[in-house]
Structures are given as structure tokens and as C-alpha cells.
Design a protein around this ligand. Structure first.
Ligand SMILES: Nc1ncnc2c1ncn2[C@@H]1O[C@H](COP(=O)(O)OP(=O)(O)OP(=O)(O)O)[C@@H](O)[C@H]1O
Length: 681
């Protein structure tokens, strides 16, 4: 019997009510319960008073010396009693434990845990036990769990202990012996038992080490198995590409590809030619030229007789891409359509019909693009933005729709290696490691609000040189309304400050048509200063803009600031980013410093990870970065890397799919719906 199949109610002491409470913690089965790990331990090991420092929390064994004294103050009470431990006389004090008075008889042994006040020779007791009654906690490390509601620390300890008693013998090993040997890992049964009931902290650490490895290894196994199967399926579209045709298109581009772009182009075209489904991540710093790579891939799909979809996070970006792709593709007779929430009615109907008949070759739009009532004649390539990263499930939705396109995911957020192999471990990764030639570094300044006058002078200077500027208003997450009001106020202020310039305004509450008009005017340099909320954050490309000013910059995350800064420095002119902020916290100041220190996105991302911790990195829950129960992506990074290599090696070995010793891992994959019953023996 699998512990995953035994409901937690079967553990004695778990009532229906308690089971309901446990569900809120994600605990449904016995396995969930025994894998509900403590996040730290409370130390109840006996110590000697001579070693204890003032203020320490300690546990000591003592003998009761005097007669207890009880004082009551209304409902509250204070109980004191003289004790001796190793010839050391002290006073033990309990608050609101009047009922203990009867038990405190002179000469009796007692174990006390509490805070030691050395100066007054006094211990404020939080826990006490009598050895003659049998001890529960004393002498051990007690696990501390995350609890709440009706689930108390004491109850969960007892219940997990009970589960281990009832089912401990049934805990199976799931890692193959060669890995246990290689890393000298504790067997699973012992590790689980010890993690909840360690005898000493070394043992607790060893148990944790084993479970961390297991957790990361299983996670990587999922990704690697998915990836391996994907490569084996051979049911992707095998694009037939003439080199000469692709070359002709590349020659028509207004610039020469960088070496990095050429390399990535080759990787992608090779995937597209192959019979398996491409699942590739293209990462590059802001402005490194990812879009043109997407264009080449889309061109290749169409020239092989299929269609392509380009999914982007905002309507503004969709419009921008339609404009630039149309320009590039028109000479080659390739048609580009736009599908966003604002395309409705007749226009939408016609577009969908034309897609289904294959008259529209490429469709650019937001997420709805590949869902619902959208049908293609032959979709063979989906280019998507990181924010729309397809999970394993979404990919199977695509499959069920009857096509099996190649997927190219682009990310504008350089991802530190740690996260890349975690969140995107099932993908092949291409990296654009250089920006186009001739780009000057972006100079970044951090100034206080008091220097706004100088900033205005800076804007004026750049605009008079023929350049353009962005002015970004802070984002107030709780209130879009306030956000918009802020933007409007700033817009009015700028119009007054610069009566000779044209100032534009962009925010989330404007209609798509209004936004598009403002953006178009900015592209065409009819607007010189664009006051905007973060809607311009991702992907907007106006090479003549050279000045990015961010108000209250400390309200933004580092990667967001880097994205915003990436809106400038996209052409031949020197560019500047000015961060206006008076951060109060140290982290806030540190963030500003990171931005002025470097304009390398990978470095920013690395520092961001350090400052924020990984859970927060992508800012959203749907980031695809998993939450681990016990592992920590930063401190357990080495294990993460090792487990990735181990998992990849294992799934690459044909015996993994057949040999009985890997059966527990295969059933794990099946339970996680990676195998979906396909490859299991
Ligand atoms: N090889 C190149 N030489 C010169 N300019 C280039 C080259 N490749 C791309 N560009 C130009 O550089 C600018 C930035 O490219 P692109 O918009 O593709 O960047 P990106 O990587 O998508 O950046 P972001 O993530 O910031 O949106 C564009 O104006 C593009 O036309």
C-alpha cells in the first residue's frame, strides 16, 4: 500500500475536523503528513548552568529546594521556587501556572526550560517536566512546524509521531542505491524519522541533507523526463528550410546580426528542422536583439508552409511587433495579423476565418491567441514571452488541439543560472550574450527628490539635442486609480515645466486605441517626453529615446528597474537612466546601489536574487519557480546542480525505463502526470 493513497484520517487521533484543518496545510495523505517537515528545532537538550550565558534559553535538570510561593494578581499569577543545579542555587519563576504548586515538593527532581537571568540567578520557566513521570521533550531537539488554526505545535508533533509509529515501517526507499552510495545519503525511512525526531543536530542535518537531495532530484527528474520524452516523440513538425531563403531574409534586415544572434539562429533552425518538438528558452539582456531572432524563426515556419503565432504580454507590444514584422515581411509576401482583446466583432471573425484558412501567416497577440475558438490551418511555431511560459499542462492543451508546434520562449529577464536550471530545466537554453555593436553603456544615476530641478534640466538638454525621454510614475499596487491619478498629475506638471515640448501620457486605464496613438506619436518623435506607468516596461523599442527617469524608484523591484532602464540605450546615442528615490530601508538603498554599479542584466539578477530570495524573483506566483518543502534554492544550489545532472543521466539510460530498481521513480513520474501512462512498463 502506498502512503500516498492512505488518507490522513487513518492516523489515530486525526478526527474529521482535524483532517479538514490539515487540508489547509496541503496535508491530505499519510505521506503528506510525514513529509510535513519542521522548519527549525527547539533545543531541549540538558545544559549546565555554568556554561549558560545571560539571556540564553536553556534546559537544566534541578532539584526543588524550598517551598513554592504563589502570588496572584487578579486572574494572573506568579509562582516561584528555590532550586539547585550542580551546587548553583537559583529561583525558578512561572507565570500563570498556579496549578504546579502542588507538584513542587522539596527534594523532587525537575527539568526546567526557560530564559536564564544570570545577574539575578533566576530562570523564567516556559516548560517544565518531572523525570519521575517520564519526560517528553527534555534532552532532545524538538521540531517546530508551521502551524495555525486548531493545529498546535504539540498536536502536530504528537500526530506526526503517531503516523511514524503506525506507518514508519511502510516508508519505501525511492532513490536508486547508486545515488545513495554516491552521496552517502541516509536511507529514506530513517531520514524521515530523524527529521521529525533527531537525536542530535548532526543527525538532523544529515536527515535534512538526504531529504533536500531527494526533493531536488525528484523535481529535476520530472523536468528531465519530460524533456527526454519530448525529444523521443518525433511528432513535432519537421520544417523544411532552404538555407538560401533564410539567408535572403537575413540579408534584408537593416543591420548585420551579431555573432551571438548568428549562433542562436543556428540553434533554433536546427531544432525546427528536427522531427521533435522544440522547447527552447531564448534569454538575453534587455536590448540584445531577441525580436529579430523571433522574426527569423517565424519567417522559417511560414516558408516551410506553416503558420506562426507570437504571444506577447501587452497590447502595446503586440502593436509594436505587428508594425515591425509587417515592415520586415511585406517584401516576402508574408501576412501578419493582430489579435488582442480590442479586436472584436466583424474584424475578429474575419481574422479567425483567415487564420483557419491559412491566409494569415503570422498572428501576433496576447494570451487568448492560442485558446478558445482560435484555429489554425497549420500552426508550427509559437513564440512566447516569458510571462506566458507554457507549463507542461498547457503544452498538452496545445497537443490536444491537434497540433504540436515548436515553442520558443523568450525572456527579457536575464535569469541567474540557479533559477534557469530550476524553473526552465525542461528546456534547452539559448543565450544572447552580447548587445549589438556600437551600443554605449547606459549611465545610471541615483538622485534624491530634492534634485528634481536638475533632472528637469537634464530632460531639457536631451530633448534639445533631438532625443526623447520616458518619465515613469511609481506603481501603487493596491490602487490602480491612484496610480493613474499620479500619472495624470505628473503629466500636467511636465506640460507646465516644458511648454515648448510635446508631452504624452500613457497608463493602464486608457483604451487600446488611445494607447496605440500615444505610442505611435512617441515612435515618430511627435511626442518628446512620455509620462507613463510601467506599461512600457517590457519590450518597447524606441531607439531615439535616451533618457529614462523613474520616480520613487525604490518602489520597484530590481529586475523591473533593469527592464525600464532597458528602454533606453537601444540606438547609437549615449543614454541615461535617472532613479529618483529617498529609500528608507537598507535594502532599498542597496537596490539603488546595484543599479548604479552595473548595467549588466545578469549581474543585476544575481544581486536581486541575493537581496530578495528566489521565491520573490519573478514577482508572481505563476512564475514557474517551484516552492520547495525543504530545499532552499540559494543555499542548496550545489545540490540542485548535482541533482539535475544525476536526473539527466538517469533518464538518458535506457534501463531507467525498464529496470525494476527504478520502478519507484517511474511511478512517481506517473503520479505527477509526466508519463500519463505512456512509457510505463
Ligand atoms: N544585430 C543588430 N545590430 C544592430 N541593431 C540591432 C541588432 N539586432 C537588433 N537590433 C536593434 O536593437 C534594438 C533592440 O532589439 P530588440 O527589440 O529585439 O531587443 P530585445 O532583446 O527584444 O530587448 P527587450 O527585451 O529589451 O525588449 C531594436 O531596435 C533592434 O532593431
Amino acid at each position: 500500500m502506498d502512503l500516498n493513497d492512505i488518507p490522513v484520517r487513518q492516523v489515530s487521533g486525526v478526527s474529521a475536523l482535524k483532517a479538514g484543518e490539515l487540508h489547509a496545510f496541503g496535508v491530505f495523505t499519510v505521506n503528506d503528513l510525514i513529509e510535513y517537515y519542521p522548519y527549525r528545532y527547539e533545543d531541549y537538550r540538558l545544559r549546565s548552568l555554568t556554561e549558560a550565558k545571560d539571556g540564553d534559553k536553556i534546559t537544566v535538570q534541578a532539584k526543588i529546594m524550598g517551598i513554592p510561593v504563589l502570588q496572584r494578581y487578579g486572574k494572573k499569577s506568579r509562582l516561584t521556587c528555590k532550586m539547585v543545579a550542580e551546587d548553583w542555587m537559583f529561583t525558578a519563576t512561572w507565570f500563570n501556572r498556579h496549578f504546579l504548586r502542588e507538584e513542587l515538593t522539596a527534594g523532587r527532581e525537575i527539568i526546567l526550560t526557560g530564559k536564564w537571568d544570570m545577574r539575578r540567578s533566576q530562570l523564567t520557566v516556559s516548560d517544565s517536566e518531572f523525570p519521575d513521570k517520564g519526560t517528553l521533550r527534555s534532552g532532545s531537539l524538538q521540531p517546530v512546524y508551521s502551524v495555525g488554526g486548531k493545529i498546535t505545535q504539540a498536536w502536530i508533533r504528537k500526530t506526526i509521531g503517531q503516523a511514524l509509529l503506525q506507518y514508519g515501517e511502510m516508508i519505501p526507499e525511492n532513490l536508486p542505491p547508486e545515488l545513495l552510495r554516491e552521496y552517502d545519503l541516509m536511507p529514506r525511512r530513517r531520514a524521515i524519522q530523524r527529521i521529525h525526531q533527531p537525536q542530535d543536530s548532526e543527525e538532523g542535518q544529515l536527515a535534512r541533507r538526504r531529504m533536500v537531495y531527494e526533493e531536488l532530484f525528484l523535481f529535476q527528474l520530472k523536468l528531465q523526463a519530460y524533456r527526454a520524452m519530448n525529444h523521443d516523440r518525433m511528432d513535432g513538425v519537421q520544417h523544411e528550410l532552404e538555407n538560401a531563403t533564410i539567408r535572403e531574409f537575413v540579408r534584408s534586415l537593416p543591420f548585420e546580426l551579431t555573432d551571438a544572434q548568428k549562433k542562436v539562429e543556428l540553434e533554433i533552425l536546427q531544432d525546427m528542422r528536427s522531427p521533435y518538438c522544440m522547447n527552447r528558452l531564448l534569454q538575453g539582456d534587455v536590448g540584445s536583439g531577441k525580436t529579430v531572432i523571433a522574426a527569423i524563426a517565424l519567417f522559417a515556419a511560414v516558408k516551410s508552409g506553416h503558420q506562426g503565432a507570437f504571444m506577447v504580454p501587452t497590447e502595446i507590444l503586440a502593436e509594436q511587433h505587428v508594425r515591425s514584422l509587417t515592415k520586415l515581411f511585406e517584401p516576402f509576401g508574408i501576412t501578419v495579423g493582430l489579435l488582442t482583446g480590442s479586436v472584436t466583432g466583424r474584424r475578429r471573425k474575419d481574422l479567425l476565418a483567415s487564420l483557419q484558412m491559412g491566409m494569415t501567416d503570422i498572428i501576433v497577440g496576447t494570451h487568448a491567441l492560442i485558446q478558445e475558438d482560435v484555429f489554425f490551418r497549420s500552426l508550427s511555431l509559437v513564440v512566447t514571452d516569458e510571462q506566458h511560459r507554457f507549463g507542461v499542462n498547457q503544452r498538452s492543451i496545445l497537443r490536444r488541439k491537434g497540433f504540436n508546434p515548436d515553442v520558443l520562449t523568450m525572456t527579457a529577464t536575464p535569469i541567474p543560472r540557479t533559477l534557469a536550471i530550476t524553473a526552465f530545466g525542461d528546456m534547452d537554453v539559448s543565450t544572447l550574450s552580447e548587445r549589438p555593436k556600437g551600443r554605449k553603456p547606459i549611465s545610471t544615476y541615483w538622485v534624491k527628490h530634492g534634485m528634481m530641478d536638475r533632472v528637469l534640466g537634464f530632460i531639457s538638454r536631451e530633448v534639445l539635442l533631438g532625443r526623447q525621454a520616458y518619465l515613469i510614475c511609481p506603481l501603487i499596487e493596491e490602487s490602480e486609480k491612484l496610480d493613474v491619478q499620479n500619472a495624470i498629475d505628473l503629466y500636467v506638471g511636465m506640460q507646465q515645466a516644458f511648454p515648448d515640448f510635446k508631452v504624452g501620457l500613457l497608463h493602464g486605464r486608457m483604451t487600446a486605441a488611445e494607447k496605440d496613438e500615444v505610442m505611435r506619436a512617441f515612435y515618430d518623435n511627435e511626442v518628446q517626453l512620455l509620462v507613463s506607468t510601467t506599461v512600457v516596461e517590457v519590450g518597447v523599442d524606441v531607439p531615439n529615446a535616451t533618457l529614462m527617469i523613474v520616480m520613487d524608484a525604490d518602489r520597484f523591484g530590481l529586475s523591473q528597474l533593469h527592464q525600464l532602464r532597458g528602454r533606453v540605450g537601444r540606438g547609437e546615442h549615449a543614454s541615461y537612466c535617472v532613479l529618483i528615490a529617498d529609500p528608507k530601508s537598507e535594502v532599498g538603498q542597496e537596490r539603488m546601489k546595484v543599479m548604479t554599479d552595473t548595467d549588466d542584466g545578469f549581474e543585476v539578477a544575481r544581486r536581486d536574487l541575493e537581496l530578495r530570495g528566489p521565491g520573490d524573483f519573478f514577482g508572481t506566483k505563476q512564475s514557474g519557480v517551484p516552492e520547495f518543502r525543504i530545499a532552499d534554492m540559494v543555499s542548496d544550489f550545489k545540490v540542485l546542480e548535482a541533482s539535475r545532472d544525476d536526473a539527466a543521466r538517469l533518464v538518458g539510460d535506457p534501463s531507467f525505463w525498464t529496470s525494476p530498481q527504478y520502478a519507484p521513480l517511474r511511478s512517481y513520474l506517473q503520479r505527477e502526470q509526466i508519463l500519463q501512462g505512456e512509457l510505463i512498463d
